[in-house]
Design a protein around this ligand. Structure first.
Ligand code: GDG
Length: 458
C-alpha cells in the first residue's frame, strides 16, 4: 500500500496524549494511520520570513509537516483570494466578492510555495489527497515540480454555476488547474454536474460518464458526502447528560421547549434569517411566548474580514432587539452566544433541544445537522429544521426542509417541529440516523482513497 499524503490549508498537530477535537481531523488521522504517511499544511501561525520553511513533528506514527504563512501570504492568499473571492462565489454570494489582482497572484504563488516545500519531502511513491478551495492549483504546481503521483482533490464547499464562476477574473486557469488531479470529489451530485457543465462550456472538456477529458488530461469525478463519527458522537451526547453544565442547562429551561443551533459565525450559515424566523414565530404564534427558547452558538470565525465583523454586530443587534421586545422579568427568549464550546457541550445542547435549527443559505454538506441527529435520544428525539440548500438535504429525508431565505417559512416549520407527535418524531429520526450511519466518516475517506487508487490504475 502506498503512503498517503494529505494536504489541507490548516493542520492541527494533535497534542500528545489528547484526542483531536474535530471529527474531520480525526477521520484524516485514521486514514493516515491506516496507510502511513504525512499531513502537510499551514500551522496557523504568521511569521516574518519571506520564504517560510516546514518543520516536521511525529505523532502516533504520522508525520505532520507544517509551515507558517508570512503576512503577505496570510492577507492575500488566505484572507484575500480564498476567503473574499472563492468562498463567496462558491457560496453563490457575488455581492460579497472583493477581487484584487494582487490577492490572486499571491494565491497562486503560495500554492507554488507549498508545492516546492512539499515536493522536497516526497519519495515519489505516495497517494496525494488535497483538500478544499485554498489549494485548487496545488496539484498543477506539484506536477510542474515533476510529480507523477496519483492525486485526488476533495471540494468541501459547493461548486458554483458557470455564470458565477465567470465572474472570477482568471476563472479559466482556475478551472483548468483541476485537471492536474486524477480524481475530483464532490459532496453532492449537483456539485458534480455544475462542475461538468462549467468544464464543458468554458474549457470545451469532453465527458464520458463520470470522466472528463481536457487536453491530455483525464479526470475522474465522484460523489463522497462527508459524514460524522456516529458512535463517538452518540457516546458523547449520552455522556454529556452527566455533566454539570448540561444539567444546569436543562434545569434553566424551566419547562420551555428549546430550539438550538451551533455554527461558525459565517454569512453562508443564514444566521440573520434564522433570527428573523424566530421573531416571526413569537409574533405569529403567540402561544409560544414564554414557552420556547432559542439558543444560537455562533463560534467566531475569520474576524479579520469586514463582512464577518459586520455580521457579528448585526446578530448582536437582532438578538438584542428580539429580547428587548419580547422578554419578561423571568423569560429571555434568545440566547445568542458568540464563543466556541467544547464538542461535548454542543452535544449536550443538541440532546436537550426539541428542535435543531440548521438553515444555511448554502452549504457544501453541513455536519451540524448530522451531529444533531446523532445527539438525540432515540426514545424521545427532537425534530430537525434544515435548509434545502445544504448538501445534507440530499440525505436527510426525515428533516423538515425549508427555503433559508424565507423566514416566514422557517417559522412555519418551527411550529410544525414543536407540534410534531412523538411517533412521527421517532420515524423521522430513525430514517435520518440510518442515513447518517450509512454515509459515515470512515466510509467517506475509504471510498475516496479506493477510487483514487482505481482512477490511476484503470
Ligand atoms: C466546511 C463546509 C462541510 C461549530 N461551533 C462549534 C463547533 N462547531 C463545529 C460543528 C461542526 C463544524 O464546526 C462545522 O462544520 P460544518 O459542516 O457545519 O461547516 P464548515 O465549517 O463551513 O465546513 C461544510 C464541511 O466543510 C465538511 O466537509 O460540511 O459544508 O462549509 O462539526 O460541530 N465545534 C466546537 N465548538 C463550537 O462552538 N467544538
Amino acid at each position: 500500500m502506498k503512503d498517503l499524503v494529505v494536504v489541507s490549508n490548516r493542520v492541527s498537530i494533535p497534542e500528545a496524549g489528547r484526542s483531536q477535537a474535530g471529527g474531520l481531523a480525526m477521520a484524516l488521522n485514521s486514514a493516515l494511520a491506516r496507510h502511513g504517511g504525512m499531513w502537510f499544511g499551514w500551522n496557523g501561525e504568521i511569521c516574518h520570513d519571506t520564504s517560510p520553511q516546514p518543520t516536521q513533528t511525529r505523532r502516533n506514527g504520522i508525520t505532520y509537516a507544517t509551515l507558517p504563512l508570512n503576512a503577505e501570504q496570510h492577507d492575500n492568499y488566505y484572507l484575500g483570494f480564498s476567503n473574499e473571492v472563492l468562498w463567496p462565489i462558491f457560496h453563490f454570494n457575488l455581492g460579497a466578492m472583493k477581487f484584487q489582482r494582487r490577492h490572486a497572484q499571491v494565491y497562486y504563488a503560495t500554492n507554488l510555495h507549498f508545492a516546492e516545500k512539499l515536493s522536497a519531502l516526497l519519495t515519489g511513491d505516495e497517494l496525494i489527497w488535497v483538500h478544499d478551495y485554498h489549494l485548487i492549483p496545488l496539484g498543477e504546481a506539484l506536477r510542474r515540480q515533476g510529480s507523477h503521483a496519483p492525486m485526488g482533490f476533495f471540494l468541501h464547499i459547493p461548486f458554483p454555476s458557470a455564470e458565477l464562476l465567470r465572474c472570477i477574473p482568471g476563472h479559466r486557469d482556475l478551472l483548468a488547474s483541476f485537471f492536474a488531479y486524477d480524481l475530483l470529489g464532490f459532496q453532492t451530485p449537483q456539485d458534480l454536474e455544475t462542475f461538468c457543465h462549467a468544464a464543458i462550456r468554458i474549457l470545451g472538456a469532453k465527458r464520458s460518464d463520470n470522466v472528463l477529458r481536457y487536453g491530455d488530461r483525464r479526470l475522474k469525478l465522484g460523489i463522497y458526502p462527508v459524514g460524522i463519527d456516529v458512535d463517538t458522537l452518540q457516546r458523547e451526547a449520552q455522556h454529556s447528560e452527566t455533566k454539570q453544565a448540561v444539567r444546569q442547562l436543562r434545569a434553566s429551561l424551566g419547562g420551555c421547549a428549546l430550539i438550538a443551533g451551533a455554527d461558525r459565525l459565517d454569512y453562508s450559515k443564514g444566521l440573520g434569517e434564522r433570527m428573523l424566523a424566530f421573531e416571526h414565530l413569537l409574533d405569529d404564534y403567540p402561544r409560544y411566548r414564554r414557552h420556547v427558547l432559542y439558543t444560537q452558538v455562533a463560534s467566531p470565525s475569520r474576524s479579520a474580514i469586514t463582512e464577518y465583523d459586520d455580521l457579528r454586530q448585526q446578530l448582536e443587534s437582532q438578538a438584542g432587539h428580539i429580547n428587548g421586545l419580547h422578554s419578561d422579568l423571568d423569560w429571555v427568549p434568545v440566547h445568542y452566544i458568540n464563543k466556541t464550546y467544547p464538542r461535548t457541550a454542543l452535544m449536550g445542547l443538541f440532546r436537550a433541544a426539541q428542535v435543531g435549527l440548521v438553515t444555511p443559505l448554502r452549504d457544501g454538506m453541513n455536519l451540524v445537522c448530522k451531529e444533531f441527529v446523532a445527539a438525540q435520544d432515540s426514545r424521545d428525539p427532537g425534530a430537525l429544521v434544515l435548509s434545502e440548500l445544504a448538501g445534507a438535504a440530499h440525505e436527510l429525508e426525515g428533516a423538515l426542509l425549508v427555503n433559508p431565505y424565507d423566514p416566514h417559512a422557517i417559522a412555519e416549520a418551527l411550529d410544525q417541529a414543536l407540534q410534531m407527535p412523538h411517533e412521527e418524531r421517532c420515524q423521522r429520526h430513525a430514517s435520518m440516523l440510518a442515513s447518517v450511519r450509512c454515509n459515515d466518516l470512515t466510509r467517506w475517506w475509504q471510498r475516496f482513497l479506493d477510487d483514487l487508487g482505481y482512477a490511476v490504475s484503470s
